[in-house]
Design a binder for this molecule. Structure first.
Ligand SMILES: Cc1cc2nc3c(=O)[nH]c(=O)nc-3n(C[C@H](O)[C@H](O)[C@H](O)COP(=O)(O)OP(=O)(O)OC[C@H]3O[C@@H](n4cnc5c(N)ncnc54)[C@H](O)[C@@H]3O)c2cc1C
Length: 449
């Protein structure tokens, strides 16, 4: 296969949602696993770095090339059977297809309508429903993998580890930072951010589509009552508990007509599937002082779509603003143990010098919030990064993770080193060298040689 070298085509592949910009000498768009293998064998022979790029919704620079060539998965685009799908297929389109047949593929990153199935597997993506169903990993039964040396093989949880994986214990929170302490090849490759092989095809696990889904938007007069409610709500079987601060809602008010309005600054979204017990939720809300008169209920697809528009518009608007300003994204993706959530939120409240605007929202059920900085110039960007580093250090000290779902990519390597001991990082380097002798795949992602 010859690479495309026309800059008017290649240039469109050189950035992602983090607004990091890279460079590459060529672009491959293989249609089959065999063509992927051909590219990797040739690049292994010449020692040419290869960056796998899918839909470039990463917020960490993971698909942004630092030289070498790009390998796009966009033409690996077939759905072979209901539970058997190519890595380049758009996640949202695949999900809509199985839902029409009465099935649910649960991983639901907010970017589901823009990202690929393979990208979600490579990043072990999470979403609001992760609170109930977990991240992408448990929903993948097997993948067709092209290894960095060009071998094509199906791997599942019976496939032994061909490379040495160092022992380490992940923080006991939702996390997507570094290699998983796997005992089989499938679990190792999920979440490896495209550094241990290309996922060309996947066999997934589906659930019957729930009969009903209830969505509630509700407000609290103060943080203490909201957090007390979250503790209760976690025991009530919802599929998500999401948080939005006032500044988040104000940010998108102009572009999403369905943004709810209330006097309070503290909003939660709760979703419950199966047999949604509306009265039970209202009793719990009332017991914790929620503002019931302002609470909005949606129990049909149209109502839910309006409320989901709010959830999606937020990260998209943040990314547009940073892209317009020309700075890189600085947004936290930390999760902490449930007992440390209040302390972490207090840390998020501490003002930044110069009052850099921020918005805070996210998966409060998993104690996983995104504090996004909106720096207006390079000086504010530097200040936001200092603040971010201090917060990352705090999250790790509290027993948390530096990345709960977005991964490490190129931009968060220094933060990974805050939570992973040097001996484990060295063990990962040994693993990577065994898998990829010339370190061609995803060079500069996760950690450096
Ligand atoms: C508005 C917005 C909302 C988001 N919300 C969420 C969220 O709720 N939860 C969440 O987890 N993430 C979220 N993200 C981050 C991002 O969407 C996910 O990480 C997504 O899984 C990336 O998929 P992609 O197809 O865009 O991959 P890319 O961004 O193109 O690539 C991401 C990484 O995966 C690797 N990769 C991609 N495809 C393959 C493959 N087939 N084989 C091997 N490696 C591969 C790439 O090399 C790269 O390292 C959000 C991003 C945006 C912009």
């Amino acid at each position: 296969m010859d690479p495309i070298t026309d800059p008017s085509i290649v240039d469109a592949y050189l950035t992602d949602a983090s607004n990091l910009h890279g460079h590459a000498s060529g672009l491959y768009r293989p249609r089959t696993a065999e063509e992927v293998a051909e590219v990797l064998v040739e690049c292994q022979r010449t020692g040419t770095p290869v960056t796998v790029t899918a839909r470039r919704t990463s917020t960490t620079g993971a698909p942004v090339p630092d030289g070498g060539v790009l390998l796009s998965t966009e033409r690996l685009d077939r759905v072979h059977a209901r539970d058997d799908v190519d890595g380049g297929v758009l996640l949202g389109e695949y999900q809509a297809g199985v839902e029409r047949e009465g099935w649910m593929f649960t991983p639901d990153p907010t970017s589901r309508n823009e990202c690929s199935v393979g990208g979600a597997i490579a990043c072990n993506a999470s979403g609001a429903r992760t609170f109930k169903y977990g991240p992408t990993r448990p929903w993948i039964e097997a993948v067709q993998l092209v290894t960095p040396t060009g071998d094509i093989r199906w791997v599942d949880r019976t496939t032994p580890l061909p490379w040495p994986v160092p022992a380490w214990t992940e923080p006991k929170v939702k996390t997507a930072a570094g290699y998983y302490p796997a005992t089989n090849l499938l679990d190792l490759v999920i979440g490896a951010e495209g550094t241990l092989g290309v996922v060309t095809r996947a066999r997934v696990k589906l659930l019957p589509l729930p009969a009903g889904v209830l969505t509630l938007f509700t407000w609290f007069p103060d943080r203490a009552s909201m957090l007390a409610f979250v503790v209760t709500a976690r025991t009530m079987g919802p599929r998500c508990i999401e948080y939005f601060d006032r500044r988040s809602l104000d940010l998108i008010r102009g572009r999403v007509p369905s943004v709810p309005v209330a006097d309070s600054a503290l909003m939660l979204e709760i979703e419950h599937d199966g047999e949604p017990p509306l009265e039970v939720w209202f009793d719990a809300l009332a017991a914790h002082g929620a503002l019931l008169d302002d609470t909005i209920v949606a129990d049909d697809d149209a109502g839910r779509a309006k409320l989901h528009a709010v959830r999606h518009a937020l990260p998209a608007t943040v990314n547009e603003i940073i892209s317009r300003t020309g700075v890189q994204k600085v947004g936290t993706d930390f999760a902490v143990p449930a007992g440390a959530l209040a302390e972490m939120m207090e840390a998020y409240d501490e003002p930044t010098p110069g009052a850099i605007p921020t918005v805070c929202f996210g998966h409060i059920g998993d104690s996983h919030l995104h504090l996004n900085f909106l720096p207006r110039d390079p000086a504010e960007l530097a200040e936001a990064r200092r603040r971010y580093l201090a917060l990352a250090t705090r999250a790790v000290a509290l027993g948390g993770t530096v990345s709960a779902e977005h991964g490490i990519g190129r931009l968060k390597k220094a933060h990974l080193a805050l939570m992973v001991p040097p001996a484990v990082l060295d063990g990962w380097r040994t693993l990577k060298r065994a898998a990829d002798p010339n370190w061609i795949l995803g060079r500069g992602v996760l950690f450096d040689p």
